[in-house]
Design a protein around this ligand. Structure first.
Ligand code: HAM
Length: 441
């Protein structure tokens, strides 16, 4: 090739994926399938129903749902204008506001409370790092229409059961109560006055938050601010009798179920819809992005989104983080074994016979790969056999011209003895079933 031919034109240059948005590669697909399987069983065990909302929603769903003065709405949303009608749209950054939008629109809690679950990609324009992506996947549950502390405790039990099922150790539960709006207002006044007295010690972000959302100053990760935050008035001290009763009842139920938890008075969560119970599950194994799941009660949201007031609570977990933690804890399942049968042939009539056999095997529920030559022509049995071995198949079915002339095929054991024997073509299916059943006993 001349140098000129080597030069890539704009049309042939490689196009990469978007930063912070990852492919799910075949090598990892089995692990995701395992996690999804466990999640499906978990939701069934607690009577949750599946609800899928679109990836794109009107921007207002999140502005109003999550709150204007949150990191997500202020700087992390992928928003754009519909090019035809000018509608403001957003790739969903989380599931809860969208689920509530759908529940209201479809009248889903008209006849009583509902337990719902969802899963899918979410989008946040954050700086990508380990465990933090711009497209990530959440599994979430939302229990709508339940007011008591029993459901708060039950959704937490559900999370604990999940970590146990997945073999995750060292996941800690942190819990707090955000009380009700009037309690937060009283706390806010005390907080603003405290931070105003110490204004010189506030970083730039916190000075801005002091005007807009002072509670979020408590969420600051800036080490220089930690001393000041430690000394700030605590919301727990401003909770009234009802809120404390709810919080205590949740803790009593958790204790009765042997779920240890730590009260973290600084846990405020990054979304504005919460009241009363909030919680997060954290681990030290994943570096800076150690929160694998979080949630809480959000009684004001349904009314705020235009529905008839109804209480609700739920949580969501980051699937990438949970899978990463499973990897670190060594609790990922072994890779799934390969297919059952790999069918080899020499093209022409042998291909026709091989394809018919492969289809017959698949109809019987046997996972089968038919060799297809990369050049569209043919390949030696030796190179096909290498592919058969690499496929992880238990047996190879070989149909060459000699076999076909005798109306036969060869069956070769790939995982065990390597034995190879001839069988009549019409008996291949029966023989393969016998061999597979025999090797699984
Ligand atoms: P969240 O805390 O914003 O809550 O997100 C839930 C989980 O999603 C986090 O704990 C984390 O594991 C994962 N996550 C968040 N951002 C990223 C990211 N950029 N990359 C990877 N994983 C991430 C919510 O979204 C609420 N809707 C939870 C909820 C449900 N509250 C009540 N119901």
């Amino acid at each position: 090739m001349t140098e000129d031919k080597n030069k890539k034109t704009e049309k042939t240059l490689k196009i990469n994926g978007v930063r912070g948005m990852n492919d799910l590669l075949p090598a990892d697909a089995g692990q995701w399938a395992h996690l999804e399987h466990v999640l499906r069983d978990l939701t069934r065990a607690y009577g949750y129903e599946f609800l899928r909302t679109p990836i794109v929603e009107a921007t207002a769903v999140f502005q109003r749902g999550i709150g204007e003065v949150t990191d997500i709405v202020e700087k992390e949303m992928y928003s754009f204008e519909d090019r035809l009608n000018g509608e403001q749209l957003t790739l969903r950054p989380e599931g809860t506001a969208a689920i509530v939008r759908s529940v209201i629109e479809n009248n889903l809690i008209y006849e009583g409370p509902k337990r719902l679950w969802y899963t899918g990609p979410m989008f946040r324009h954050e700086r990508p790092q380990r465990g933090r992506y711009r497209q990530f996947h959440q599994f979430g549950i939302e229990a709508l229409g339940f007011a008591g502390p029993d459901i708060d405790a039950e959704i937490i039990l559900m999370g604990q059961r999940l970590w146990d099922e997945l073999g995750l150790k060292g996941v800690r539960l942190e819990i707090n109560s955000l009380g009700q709006a009037d309690e937060r207002s009283a706390h806010r006044i005390a907080l603003v006055s405290y931070f105003e007295k110490n204004a010189a010690a506030l970083d730039e972000d916190s000075q801005r938050r002091l005007q807009t959302n002072p509670l979020r100053i408590l969420d600051s990760k800036n080490p220089a601010m930690q001393g000041l935050i430690e000394g700030a008035p605590q919301l727990l001290d401003f909770l009234g009798e009802e809120s404390l009763k709810h919080f205590n009842a949740v803790q009593t139920l958790l204790k009765a179920n042997n779920i240890p938890c730590k009260i973290n008075p600084r846990l405020v969560r990054g979304l504005d819809y919460y009241n009363l119970t909030v919680f997060e599950w954290v681990t030290d194994e994943l570096g800076a992005q150690g929160t694998i799941a979080g949630g809480g009660r959000y009684d004001p949201l349904i009314e705020r989104m235009g529905g008839k007031a109804a209480p609700a609570c739920g949580w969501a977990m980051g699937m990438e983080r949970v899978l990463e933690l499973m990897k670190v804890s060594g609790s990922l399942p072994d890779a799934a074994p390969g297919c059952d049968i790999f069918v080899l042939h020499q093209g022409g009539e042998t291909l026709t016979a091989a394809m018919i056999i492969a289809e017959r095997l698949r109809s019987a529920g046997i996972d089968t790969i038919l060799f297809c030559p990369p050049d569209g022509q043919s390949a030696s049995f030796k190179s096909q056999m290498k592919k058969a071995d690499a496929s992880g198949a238990a047996y190879a079915v070989i149909i060459g011209p000699d076999e076909l002339a005798k109306n036969e095929a060869q069956i070769k054991d790939l995982r065990g003895t390597g034995e190879q024997r001839s069988v009549a073509l019409e008996e291949v299916l029966e023989q393969v079933i016998d061999a597979l059943v025999g090797s699984s006993e």
